[in-house]
Every structure is written in structure tokens, then in C-alpha cells.
Design a protein around this ligand. Sequence first.
Ligand code: AMP
Ligand code: MN
Ligand code: MN
Ligand code: MN
Length: 282
Amino acid sequence: MSSLSAVNADLHCHSVVSDGTLTPEQLAQRAHANGVKLWSLTDHDELGGQERAKEAAAALNMNYLAGVEISVTWLGQTIHIVGLGIDPQDSGILDGLRRTREGRSGRAKQMSEQLLKAGIPGAYEGALHYAGNHDLISRTHFARFLVERGVCKDTEQVFKNYLVEDKPGHVPHCWANLDEAIGWIKSAGGVAVIAHPGRYKLNLMQRDQLFEYFKDHGGLGLEVITGSHSPDQYQEYGKIAQQYGFLASRGSDFHDPSESHIDLGTLPLLPEHLTPVWSMFH
Ligand code: AMP
Ligand code: MN
Ligand code: MN
Ligand code: MN
């Protein structure tokens, strides 16, 4: 019997329901074509694509876990928590996510005002044009608009020069609390996973504090193999998963065929010695 780690699982990606550019059905087809055997759509702060994703996966005989990526503010930093295997009808998580989304429109208007001062008019309307879901206007939609306007050559350049701390178009925002987000996921029957841990600007002490806090509040998983990590970071976060007893997850964080460097289902498999998060659902 081959090990459970060897499953081509992709448990992190985005559709037009948040800041991806493909529909849930197109993502399911792409994942399946790339050999994914267990898939999850994890739109930001939103469960509106779950029914379609589940049905599309079923039609392709691909295993599916309902998912979400929740925006959290912890020690003044934005941290992303993926919830896997949740009940997408659960009223607690639906209500929590609705409240988490609420501030997005106001924030987008403030971002637009700042960009106007930097000489870039019409950014709110421009970004909204890219948002498949007007409740979920995100920095990614602004980034696409800035590329369209020729302000930057690609979205990667946008996130170096705009929309981030100390650059035009950055508006600080307060998202959900970490303990609340873990609570919504757990109450909805799911497993909470820290997304792309290598991306946060935390010193080693803060990072350990995050893992301890997360674990103490019922968090179980850590993304080890993610499109945001280098091969060195696969090793580093694999060790941390073992050290803390976290279940390991794997996900591309795919958003768009031309923007995303890593396609669905194409990352290295989880190392054999780690316990995959999907062992919880086996
Ligand atoms: P928001 O939730 O509106 O703050 O937008 C966050 C999204 O912006 C993330 O989910 C990514 O899709 C995108 N993003 C943030 N930083 C970067 C980056 N450095 N390069 C590309 N996309 C990024
Ligand atoms: Mn995103
Ligand atoms: Mn993220
Ligand atoms: Mn993501």
C-alpha cells in the first residue's frame, strides 16, 4: 500500500468567488487534468463557491474537502488560516465570514483615494470590474487594474511598489481574531491550518508564539508544501510541523494561469515522515 503522504492533494486555491480568475468548475477540471486526487477550493473569507466545487469534483470522481482561507489579524499582522473539511452550511462560520468581509468595500474606497493622490484615478471602479464577487474586493483586483493601466508590468511588481506597507494604496485593516477564526472552523467540523507560514514577517520569537497560540486554541495543521515556500522552507516547516505535532498540508495557492507560478497539483509531494492533514478525513 502506498503511503498517504504520496496522495496528490491540492488543498489551497482561489476561484472568481474571491480573487482567482477561474470558475470553481474550471479549477476542478484543471486540478483533475493535473492528476489531483483530493482537492479543496479555499476562497478568501467566502463559501459561495463550495457547492459548485463539490459538484464539479464529484462529476470528475475527484475527492473533495470544503475549504476556506480566513483573513486574521494577529499582533498587528495579517495571517491566513485555512479551514478544511468544514460544513459550508454551518451558520456560525457563515456569520463570522460575513462579518470578516464587511470592511472590504470601505477599505477599497480608501485604497482608491490614496491611489488617486498618487496620480492613479478610477482605481475603485477599475478593481471592481475584476471582482467576480463585489463582496470580496481584494488587493489582487487592484493589482490587476494597475497592470491594465500600465502602472506596473505584472501583479508581482504591484505588490513590491503598491498596496503594501509604506507604499501608495496601502490601507491597514483589522480582520478576524485568530481564536475566533479557529473556533468557527472547529465548530463547522473542520481542521484549522496555518497558511504559507514562511510568508509572515515575524521574528523567531513571534513565530513560535503564533504556533503555540494556534495550537493552544485548537489549531491542528501547518502548510508545509505551498506555492509560497522555497525548497529550503519545505524542510524548515516540515521540521516545525514535527516539533509542534502539526498535521502537514499541501496546496498550490493557485489564482490564475498566467499570474500563478505554481499550477494546481504540481508541487512536490509531502515528505513521507509527516502526517498529512487529510489523514483526519481518511
Ligand atoms: P487582501 O485580502 O485584499 O489583502 O489581498 C490579499 C491577496 O493579495 C492575497 O491572497 C494574494 O492573492 C495577493 N497578494 C498579496 N501579496 C502578494 C504578492 N507579494 N504577490 C502576489 N500576490 C499577492
Ligand atoms: Mn489571494
Ligand atoms: Mn493567503
Ligand atoms: Mn490563498
